[in-house]
Design a protein around this ligand. Structure first.
Ligand SMILES: *[C@@H]1O[C@H](CO)[C@@H](O)[C@H](O)[C@H]1NC(C)=O
Ligand SMILES: *[C@@H]1O[C@H](CO)[C@@H](O)[C@H](O)[C@H]1NC(C)=O
Length: 400
């Protein structure tokens, strides 16, 4: 019989080596995404917050914008859409993609095609909602680690040229862009493959019935975008609204399936879907998870601010379509159940059936059910859920 005999010092050395290897590998593992360990992105993280209109993305956008490590811009592709207009969303897709790509790299020269010559910072869409554009080096008004006041910023932070905005962008560890004008993920593949970017995609979705109610309230503000979504010169009236809604729901399904069912390697681990309703129910928990996914640190000050902004008074009767105000987010998110006629609800459920079942929004089957607020229409949603209960038992547990 062969007996392997090792002198004690050799054994100790071997053990030590093993421990070191484990520690090193655990370190790699903890830092997660392989691309960020040695990528030329140099530790900089790029985030696309993709969403649709009226889905709470202004709110989630602020959660990024007010973070001291974030340079945030809203809707760079708004400029592409209003400048180029026709033929429609699909025809503008690559122009949208290329502007997002450049802006993520802090190159605002791409805006040259979409802004007047010698533009002011104030010509960037919703510029004053970006805390970074109200802070040094873009503007002396707001120290980086304080919350910005949009009204004050608008008054005091306009500047000629985009050079300081670019400089500001380069000085942050995170660049975050909010965008509602992306309807699929495939056009973004070159960004995901770009070794100079460390891109993470946060995909925010919301119950289509709540989206409908909110869209109803800001119909005029959305008319121009609707025409582009439908690739038509005119998109007025309720039928057009339903068709836009259908496109939005389709895009949710498409993006979700691309990212989770058959993701290419470079997309794996870089996509996170977020339901607005989950954020509203547990703002701190959900936002903590979103920060972790994007490598941002939660601070007590941010926690306090998030709590305040999600638990304010009032139902949010907003005059301005993109204002975010402190209001009781949970009330606002349920308002469709008491204000929308069931006929409309039924129609939306029909149009968005696939998306609703995929994303975990339960349908209501009558006017009575719709108004019965203790009936929860949100299914718990875990990624890669396993169901080991017999389907008979799960079938009865519609109410949570
Ligand atoms: C922002 O500043 C204006 C004064 O310019 C003030 O009236 C308003 O209350 C401030 N808003 C917040 C949220 O502090
Ligand atoms: C651009 O910004 C400068 C500096 O704040 C200001 O004096 C000027 O009026 C602005 N121009 C426009 C067209 O808004």
């Amino acid at each position: 019989m062969l007996r392997l005999r090792l002198p004690t010092p050799a054994l100790v050395t071997l053990l030590l080596l093993q421990v070191i290897t484990m520690v090193v590998m655990f370190g790699w593992y903890r830092h997660g995404l392989p691309a960020s360990t040695s990528s030329p992105a140099q530790g900089k993280v790029h985030v696309l917050l993709l969403s649709s209109w009226r889905s709470g993305s202004s709110f989630l956008g602020q959660v990024f914008s007010q973070h001291p490590s974030v340079f945030y811009l809203m809707e760079p592709a708004w400029h592409v859409w209003v400048t180029l207009r026709m033929p429609g969303a699909r025809g503008l897709r690559m122009a949208v993609r290329d502007s997002l790509h450049q802006v993520l790299r802090c190159d605002l020269s791409v805006m040259d095609s979409y802004l007047p010559p010698q533009p002011n910072v104030s010509q960037l869409f919703m510029w004053s909602h970006s805390r970074a554009l109200c802070s040094p080096p873009a503007c002396p008004l707001t120290p980086r680690n304080t919350f910005s006041n949009e009204t004050e910023c608008k008054k005091r932070c306009d500047a000629q040229g985009l050079a300081r905005a670019e400089e500001a962008c380069r000085s942050y560890s995170h660049v975050v862009l909010k965008e509602t004008r992306v309807f699929e993920l495939e056009s973004l593949y070159p960004l995901l493959r770009d070794p100079t970017l460390d891109l993470r995609i946060v995909h925010l979705v919301r119950d289509p019935r709540a989206v409908w109610r909110s869209r109803d309230q800001s119909a005029n503000a959305l008319a121009r975008d609707n025409a582009l979504v439908l690739e038509q010169g005119e998109a007025k009236g309720p039928e057009a609204q339903y068709r836009v809604m259908q496109e939005v729901c389709r895009s949710h399904v498409r993006m979700h399936e691309t990212a989770l069912l058959k993701p290419p390697d470079f997309l794996r681990g870089r996509y996170k879907m977020v339901r607005y309703e989950d954020v509203v129910r547990d703002p701190l928990g959900q936002i903590d998870a979103i920060y972790q996914f994007t490598g941002l640190e939660m601070t007590p000050r941010l926690q306090e601010w998030i709590y305040r902004i999600t638990h304010g008074k009032g139902k949010g009767t907003k005059k301005e379509a993109f204002q975010i105000t402190s209001r009781n987010a949970e009330d606002v998110s349920r308002a469709w159940r008491t204000t929308l006629p069931y006929e409309k609800v039924r129609r939306i459920q029909e149009i968005c059936k696939g998306a609703m079942s995929l994303l975990g929004y339960r349908t209501v089957d009558s006017d009575k059910e719709q108004r019965q607020l203790d009936m929860d229409v949100l299914s718990p949603r875990e990624p890669f859920q396993f169901s080991w209960l017999p389907s008979k038992t799960t079938k009865h547990s519609t109410k949570v």
